[in-house]
Ligand binder design. Sequence first.
Ligand code: ATP
Ligand code: MG
Length: 147
Amino acid sequence: MQVVNKEAMNDLGMRLAKKLTSGDTVLLTGQMGAGKSELARGIARGLGYAGPIPSPTFTILNQYEGGREKLYHFDWYRIDDVEELYASGLDEVIGYDGITLIEWHQRAPELCPEDALEVVITVKDNDVRVVELISRGNFRSVCLEEL
Ligand SMILES: Nc1ncnc2c1ncn2[C@@H]1O[C@H](COP(=O)(O)OP(=O)(O)OP(=O)(O)O)[C@@H](O)[C@H]1O
Ligand SMILES: [Mg+2]
């Protein structure tokens, strides 16, 4: 699917949020500036969070409570050592009581659940992005066109 600008990426996230439920993990794949955090922002809005939704680049994990489901938004870009991920509380949240989003999951593939929805964002010209969904493992199929 083509996503023509930042606003459209936010809208896509809001629609995708409706398909997500507690225990789901969403892996966000794409180069720097692809729009992973913009999509995450839309998902957070779609779950009912009204406040600011900053990038977790420096915090590793941002948590949101008070929406339809808890939301855990990770960014592993700055992780050098998986021990840091454990320190961030990762093993206590992924796949349990909320929805988990992970940017730069490739940094620690051994810590990603096998069953996950991967969102691949590819940068095209200007503001255009191509978004694809891949159901990994036994994750149910989610069709972009039906969102
Ligand atoms: N179609 C689009 N979808 C999303 N963002 C877009 C789009 N077109 C332009 N942008 C711009 O691209 C940037 C995307 O930034 P964002 O922080 O979401 O990237 P990211 O993939 O999370 O990068 P990082 O790996 O650094 O965390 C923003 O500045 C946004 O305004
Ligand atoms: Mg980001």
